[in-house]
Structure formats: structure tokens, C-alpha cells
Design a protein around this ligand. Structure first.
Ligand SMILES: [Zn+2]
Ligand SMILES: [Zn+2]
Ligand SMILES: [Zn+2]
Ligand SMILES: [Zn+2]
Length: 497
């Protein structure tokens, strides 16, 4: 210390002696900061002169009041615009969803997304996911993250205390939590990582959801392997089909689509048919066989073995079904029978004793026969089934059809091929048209009005199919029914030209 200073004669430079460094509490330097002396470090309060975010005296800056407007980040007070990715990051890191149970309201939701759109550095999204409280920012970050380890770390880091609740609920067990977890699962599909989660997460719900997700991922992988032809082995495909439980329609579909081995298809059918009635319904047994509104292609199309088709038909329509068969079983029976090519199998079913064989099955088999020689053998005029108009038409038994039509069968009229026969029916057929009950006295020249109240008989139906003017004229002349004569005359007018 200098002598002068020892004597108390300091060389004051403002508040500080330039020789010994002694301080006194006068002449501080507030020029660089109105509240802190740049020489001695003394502080005081409330001395800035704020103009927006800056002090007009010392130039010191306050924290800006940041907000987003039309996709830009700016200060509410000084209007400064922030355009750096890190500024966006700093802002987003601390925002909170307006209602923690919901995302922010629609408007700020969009504004925040517009900032998120401007971030291009992947690591910033990783930071955001792990550090922000906003579910909106988290959800968006999840989408951008390529490294699945980060996603795992994120889920494992929950639960943490929720800032709005005193309890320690994980976000995954509250509110849209499950949305967020499912959202993560859209991007987290490495089975080895999911297994860690299924083992280590502290929430039962998250562990259970993860197990389910692992199943989904494994199924998706299997589907991919089937689609790309990596799994072709018929037995492997059979096992996949039989093991895929109720929810895995897609997997079942892909498996069955690639099975062509008839004996494997037979095994599959026998396996599912042997299950209890309860299992059949829960596993959509009939749906799988018949297909499902375009989603699942029917197994039945894959089966080419007539004996198996016969077995399916008989299983679906056992004699013990009294009364009406269930609709889906009836469909299954009809589809199976329709696909049987062997006329002998069909014939065998038809000729079985009524006591043994379901009558619907017999009738379906009968209508499936295409071989005329077989049909001729079965032909029994006037039997409801064996002598039906349908069979007569197949066998071209025209005089039989004409006779039925003349006796009033409108179905038979539809099967007549010769216009001359049609003319006979138009003139002599039993069963003239009649007005519906309640409109007997009503007659109208307006065709449309009349037709809506008129029930056609065989005469009308036959007449409508005649185009030959000579035959129409014959009807005009020979019919004894005024209405028929009129219609015939009208048609004659049209077709004469
Ligand atoms: Zn001094
Ligand atoms: Zn000072
Ligand atoms: Zn100041
Ligand atoms: Zn500002």
C-alpha cells in the first residue's frame, strides 16, 4: 500500500481507489447497468428505464415475452422476430398444453405445429420429446424420431409427477395417454426393444399394451414374410392359420391365400369343424369358410376336392337340424354343393333316404345337377322337385312346360321358347289377370296407374313375350278377354311397323 493511501489520501476513481483498491459508497458507475456498478459490483433495484424489453439508459435486455403469430415467433413487447431453429426449440421446450387433459386449443395448436414444421434437426426433436411437458409437442416429436431407442427411453422415463396433479400417474395411464402410447407404437416396432418395455415398465397397463403390440408386430412381420414368399411351406402356413386367433383376420387371410395343397386344406377344415360350437362362433368358422364381405377370401374357393365339399355340405346340414337351418350354415351348405363337380356325388345325395339326409341338402344337390342324362333319370312329372319347371326347361320338355303354363303356372310361361306356344297361352291359358283387392271397380286408361293395381295372369305374361304380328293378330281375333285383345292390338300396332 502506498504512503498516500496509508495517510488516507486515496486516489479515488469513482467509487474505488486506483492505488489500493479501497471502496467507498459514492460515485458508482451505473453506465453499463443501471442496477450493478461496473467498478465495485454494488447492486440496487428498480433503476432501469424500460422501453419495451430494453433499458433506454444502459441497454440491458429483459426476457422477451414470446408468442407465435401466423407461424412466426416474436416478442409481444419489442416485436423482435426470432428465426433461429434454437429459438423455436427454446420456446417449444417450455410451452404447456392449455389443458393438460387435452391438446392446446385449435388455434394455438396450429401455430405451434407451424413452429415444429420449421425444425429440421432430428436431435432437437429427441430433446423435445424427453424434456417437454406438452403432449402436442411430444406427439409431433415422436413422428420425427428415427432412432427407436429414444422412443423406448421416452416411454421408460414415464411416469413422472404430473405438474397439475399431486399424484404420480404416468401420462400413459391418464387421458389421452393411451393415444400417445399408441402413437409411439406406430413408430416403435423393434421386437427386442418392445420386449425390454414389456419387462421393465412400471405401469401394468403399459406392459399389457406392449404385449399386445408385440403380437401385432409379429403378425405384421409374418404377413410380410408370406407376401414376399419367404414362407411357402404349406404346413407352416397351416399352423399360422390355425394359431391366428380371432383378431388376426388379416393374417389368417394371408395364410389361407397361399395354401393350395388340398390335403392341408382338408386338415384345416377338419380341425376347425371339430372345435366346439362355441369356438366355431368365436373364431368365425363359417365366415372364414365363406369369406367375409370382401376382407377374407373364402376358403371354400380353395377346396377342389369333391369329397371334402360333400363332407362340408353334410356337416353344415345334418339331419338333426329340425326346422330352419341357421342362415350361415345354410349358405355354407349351398356354396359347397354348388362347387361339387361330380354328378355321381350329387346323385347319391339326392337318392338317399329322406330319413337320413337333410331335405334342403337333397334339393340343393338336385338343382346343382347339370348333366342332362342324370336329370332324365330323375325326372318325375308332377313331383314338386323332380318334376319342376326348372328341370323341364333344362331338359327342354316343351309340351310339359306348355301344359303347365296353360294350367296357370306363370313360372312355366317364362320358360316357353316358341311364340306359337305363347299365343296359345295368351288365348286359352287359365288365369286371367285381376285387379288387386280394393281396386276391382277401378279402371284407368293410364297404363302406369292401371299396372300398379293389376296382377298379371298367364295370359298377360305370355302376351308380353309375343312379337310376331301374325300371332298378335291371332290373339286379337281369338281371345275372349277384352283387356287381352286391347293389349294385343296395341302390341300389334307397335310391331307391325
Ligand atoms: Zn487507495
Ligand atoms: Zn461502485
Ligand atoms: Zn438500465
Ligand atoms: Zn422483447
Amino acid at each position: 500500500m502506498s504512503l498516500k493511501c496509508k495517510l488516507g489520501l486515496h486516489s479515488w476513481d469513482g467509487c474505488k481507489c486506483s492505488d489500493c483498491g479501497k471502496l467507498h459508497d459514492v460515485q458508482h458507475d451505473w453506465s453499463k447497468d443501471c442496477e450493478k456498478c461496473s467498478k465495485c459490483g454494488k447492486t440496487r433495484e428498480n433503476h432501469h428505464d424500460w422501453d419495451e424489453c430494453y433499458c433506454s439508459r444502459c441497454g440491458k435486455k429483459k426476457d422477451h415475452s414470446l408468442y407465435v403469430k401466423e407461424g412466426e415467433l416474436l416478442c409481444y413487447n419489442c416485436k423482435k422476430l426470432f428465426k433461429d431453429e434454437l429459438d423455436y426449440f427454446d420456446y417449444l421446450k417450455y410451452i404447456e398444453d392449455i389443458n393438460p387433459r387435452k391438446y392446446a386449443d385449435k388455434k394455438s395448436n396450429d401455430e405451434i405445429n407451424s413452429l415444429l414444421d420449421k425444425i429440421t434437426t432430428a436431435s432437437l426433436f429427441e430433446e423435445l420429446l424427453l424434456n417437454t411437458e406438452s403432449n402436442q409437442v411430444r406427439a409431433r416429436s415422436i413422428r420425427e424420431i428415427k432412432n427407436q431407442d429414444i422412443l423406448l427411453k421416452f416411454i421408460l422415463s414415464e411416469p413422472k409427477p404430473h405438474q397439475y396433479y399431486s399424484d404420480y400417474y404416468s401420462i400413459f395411464t391418464t387421458f389421452q395417454s393411451s393415444d400417445l402410447l399408441n402413437y409411439v407404437f406406430k413408430y416403435l416396432d423393434k421386437v427386442e426393444l418392445l420386449e425390454i418395455l414389456a419387462k421393465e415398465h412400471s405401469s401394468d397397463d403399459v406392459r399389457k399394451d406392449t404385449m399386445r403390440h408385440i403380437e401385432d408386430v409379429l403378425n405384421k412381420n409374418l404377413i410380410k414374410q408370406i407376401e414376399t414368399g419367404q414362407i411357402k411351406d404349406q404346413i407352416a402356413l397351416k399352423d399360422i392359420y390355425l394359431n391366428a386367433c380371432e383378431g388376426d383376420k388379416k393374417l389368417r387371410h394371408h395364410a389361407i391365400e397361399n395354401i393350395n395343397d388340398q390335403s392341408i386344406l382338408k386338415e384345416i377344415y377338419e380341425k376347425i369343424a371339430s372345435m366346439s360350437e362355441y369356438c366355431k362362433t368365436t373364431r368365425n368358422f363359417v365366415n372364414d369358410l365363406l369369406g367375409d364381405a370382401g376382407n377374407i377370401k373364402p376358403i371354400i374357393y380353395k377346396i377342389k376336392d369333391d369329397n371334402l365339399l360333400e363332407k362340408i355340405a353334410r356337416d353344415a346340414a345334418p339331419k338333426s337340424y329340425f326346422g330352419v337351418m341357421k342362415k350361415d350354415y345354410e349358405n355354407l351348405m349351398r356354396w359347397s354343393v354348388a362347387r361339387i363337380k361330380s354328378q355321381n356325388i350329387l346323385l347319391k345325395i339326392i337318392q338317399e333316404d329322406d330319413q337320413i339326409t337333410n331335405s334342403d341338402l337333397k334339393e340343393t344337390a338336385f338343382y346343382s345337377i347339370k348333366d342332362k342324362e342324370v336329370l332324365k333319370k330323375l325326372w318325375k312329372p308332377d313331383d314338386k322337385v323332380f318334376g319342376s319347371i326348372h328341370v323341364a326347361a333344362l331338359l327342354e320338355y316343351n309340351s310339359y312346360i306348355l301344359e303347365k303354363a296353360l294350367n296357370g303356372s306363370t313360372e312355366a310361361v317364362g320358360c316357353i321358347k316358341s311364340e306359337e306356344d305363347l299365343a296359345k297361352v295368351a288365348i286359352e291359358g287359365k288365369g286371367i289377370g285381376y285387379m288387386k283387392a280394393g281396386s276391382e271397380k277401378f279402371y284407368s286408361d293410364d297404363d302406369e296407374d292401371f299396372n300398379s293395381k293389376y296382377v298379371e295372369g298367364v295370359q298377360d305374361k305370355a302376351l308380353k313375350r309375343i312379337y310376331d304380328p301374325a300371332l298378335l293378330e291371332k290373339v286379337v281375333n281369338e281371345s275372349k278377354d277384352r283387356r287381352i285383345q286391347e293389349i294385343a292390338a296395341k302390341r300389334l300396332n307397335i310391331y307391325k311397323k
